[in-house]
Write a new protein. Structure first.
Length: 124
């Protein structure tokens, strides 16, 4: 099962608890929930070719406690796009429960993500 909450239409990040193939996945439009220390597999699917050879994966942990909402970088790495020009797939692991956003940028524009999506990590 693959889920995503992406708001953009030109690219989407899908998340799953097992490896994702661009030709085989079941899409559900709901916020994904993972466990701490579980592999979180992702795939970035784009309508247009991804021009950047280098991409930055950034996972932000959101502190939802009022009155001061906070953001912490929980994970970040740069990867090579590889031979495929319309998708990229890999995984990451998070160790703490919380609300998260994963964003993927091209190195030519580190201000505007190609796509982003929200998900939860919960102690189950």
């Amino acid at each position: 099962m693959v889920t995503s909450c992406d708001r953009r239409k030109d690219a989407v990040i899908l998340l799953a608890d097992r490896p994702i193939s661009p030709s085989e996945f079941v899409y559900e439009n709901r916020q994904p929930v993972f466990k701490p220390r579980e592999r979180i597999y992702y795939i970035l699917l784009a309508k247009e070719e991804i021009v950047d050879n280098k991409l930055r994966i950034q996972v932000l942990k959101l502190d939802m406690k009022a009155p001061f909402y906070g953001i912490e970088i929980a994970y970040s790495t740069d990867i090579n796009r590889g031979q495929e020009k319309r998708y990229v797939t890999d995984y990451f692991v998070l160790h703490k429960a919380g609300n998260y956003v994963v964003r993927i940028f091209g190195h030519s524009d580190l201000e505007k993500p190609i796509a982003e999506t929200e998900f939860l990590v919960e102690d189950l």
